[in-house]
Design a protein around this ligand. Structure first.
Ligand code: PMP
Length: 490
């Protein structure tokens, strides 16, 4: 209700409004809302003065006790600063003060049991999407290798083959599991569809195991260094790691020592991440025998097993030795084809598969059914095997580009082995530069690295160099620049 202005001079804010006794809102509340709105809109600035209470009562046409009531509320919000001697002033125009204060999100964020990523990994995850960087560490296939034509063929005919995109049974699409049974048999793993759980990437299998099968405080043995150390999945479930040394044949099982109940051995025997080491046939048998004897379950991660080139087929998985249910085995489509499918699989005894399927149902009701149908078709049509053999040739070409650039630029500052599969070269750098410093210096030259220390139990100066991701030209250029950085450091 707009009325006469207060006749006091510029000294006081201009008030041309009165509360309306006919509406339901209490008079003092109407005054609080009016003054709050004037401040929030910027009409009344910080430091401007309100008329004395007696005059306010007159202007608003109400009694003084209502004014006192309204002033107290405004004071409690921090909007006015009432010093009755010197008058009442507008103290704050922050809009948030007019509302109740928000929850303390930082406290909540720090409270969840899941640990944050290592800062270096957080930075890598962010900078991977900055187009200015040459990605020399990324464990993915280059977009140049994306099989556009093969997928176009598959997706053209796919809709006619999909019966629905409803939720699937807990273990995943039965057609895909049937198809995997055939594929696994080719690698010596003889199981039934009921032994397979389809997961949303093989990382999810690791998470399901960490929360569904291990007690907080349990021991997980891993190779040193290992992919698992770059994650916080197991640590977030309160699980401790013990690193086991490798020699040229792979993880050395007799270094494991006494095994507490409820422990697990995690291993990547084929094209190990990050070293690309292949565990020998004999060592696979030794690891299997050691673990069988000590009733220590093996979690065999075979993310890279199909990525061989150079005509050297790697040994069969450890799981192929297993006729007593010692080994849980994981596979994925992420490294050979595309992580965007988010499809992986876990193979194990039915009791384990059913338990983890039940946990998975509570987490996400299953991996993408669209991806599962597509993958079934990719496998069953024969397109995948055809694609894999071509991919091998391209990876070999890229590996050779990387090796040539290394020979040119790194021969006196690093050592490496020639990989016959996988995506990486494990560069053992021989220089004073720490891996953190090298990571930073490389960033300054727009090169993104995966420093070896994120995979290790101790500081190391190694680099997990990926020959799979960067453009071929960038690959050679990036390696040369990296060599210069190290040499300039002395
Ligand atoms: N295991 C290993 C050894 C890996 O290197 C990766 C990906 N870096 C994964 C599992 C997880 O891959 P995904 O969840 O995409 O299957």
């Amino acid at each position: 209700m707009e009325r006469q202005t207060n006749n006091s001079t510029d000294k006081f804010v201009n008030i041309t409004w009165q509360p309306n006794p006919k509406i339901k809102k209490a008079l003092h509340k109407q005054i609080v809302d009016y003054i709050s709105a004037k401040v929030a809109s910027g009409d009344w600035t910080v430091g401007s003065k309100l008329p004395p209470q007696r005059e306010l009562a007159k202007l608003f046409g109400i009694n003084r006790s209502t004014i006192i009531n309204a002033m107290e509320t405004l004071k409690s919000y921090g909007i006015i600063d009432a010093d009755y001697g010197g008058g009442t002033k507008i103290a704050c125009n922050t809009w948030s003060l007019l509302m109740s204060s928000p929850p303390d999100w930082n406290k909540y964020i720090a409270s969840g049991p899941f640990k944050p990523n290592l800062p270096t990994i957080q930075l890598i995850n962010r900078l991977e999407f900055d187009k200015n960087f040459i990605r020399l560490g990324t464990g993915e296939l280059s977009p140049q290798l994306f099989p556009q034509d093969m997928l176009a063929d598959i997706f053209r005919t796919l809709p006619a083959k999909i019966s629905s995109l409803n939720y699937l049974e807990a273990r995943g699409l039965s057609e895909l599991r049937e198809s995997l049974v055939q594929r696994l048999a080719l690698r010596g793993i003889n199981v039934k569809p009921s032994n397979i759980l389809i997961t949303s990437g093989s990382l999810q299998a690791l998470q399901l195991i960490s929360v569904g099968m291990l007690k907080p405080g349990a021991q997980v043995y891993t190779e040193t260094p290992t992919y698992l150390k770059s994650l916080q999945v197991f640590q977030s479930a309160g699980i401790s790691f013990t690193g086991i040394a490798m020699d040229k044949s792979g993880l050395v099982p007799w270094k494991i020592g006494k095994v507490p109940n409820g422990s697990l051995l995690y291993t990547i025997p084929t094209y190990q991440n990050p070293t690309t080491l292949v565990m020998t046939v004999e060592r696979r048998r030794e690891v299997f025998d050691f673990c069988s004897k000590h009733r220590l379950p093996i979690l065999e991660d075979d993310a890279y097993g199909e990525l061989y080139f150079d005509g050297e087929v790697p040994p069969l998985p450890i799981k192929a030795l297993d006729n007593s249910g010692v080994v849980l085995y994981t596979g994925t489509i992420s490294k050979t084809l595309a992580p965007g499918f988010r499809v992986g699989w876990l193979v194990g005894p039915e009791s384990v598969v059913n338990r983890l399927a039940d946990v998975k149902m509570q987490m996400d009701y299953g991996a993408s059914s669209l991806s599962q149908w597509a993958l079934t078709e990719i496998f069953d049509s024969g397109a995948y095997d055809e694609y894999l053999s071509k991919l091998g040739l391209q990876l070999k070409e890229r590996r050779d580009i990387a090796l040539e650039a290394l020979d040119k630029n790194f021969s006196d500052i690093a050592a490496w082995d020639t990989p016959t599969g996988g995506l990486y070269i494990w560069l053992r750098v021989n220089s004073k530069i720490s891996s953190d410093k090298l990571f930073q210096e490389a960033l300054n030259k727009n090169i993104l690295l995966n420093p070896g220390s994120v995979y290790d139990y101790k500081e190391n100066k190694n680099i997990r160099l990926s020959f799979a991701y960067a453009n071929k030209e960038d690959l050679a250029k990036g390696i040369a620049t990296l060599g210069d950085i190290i040499k300039n450091y002395g």
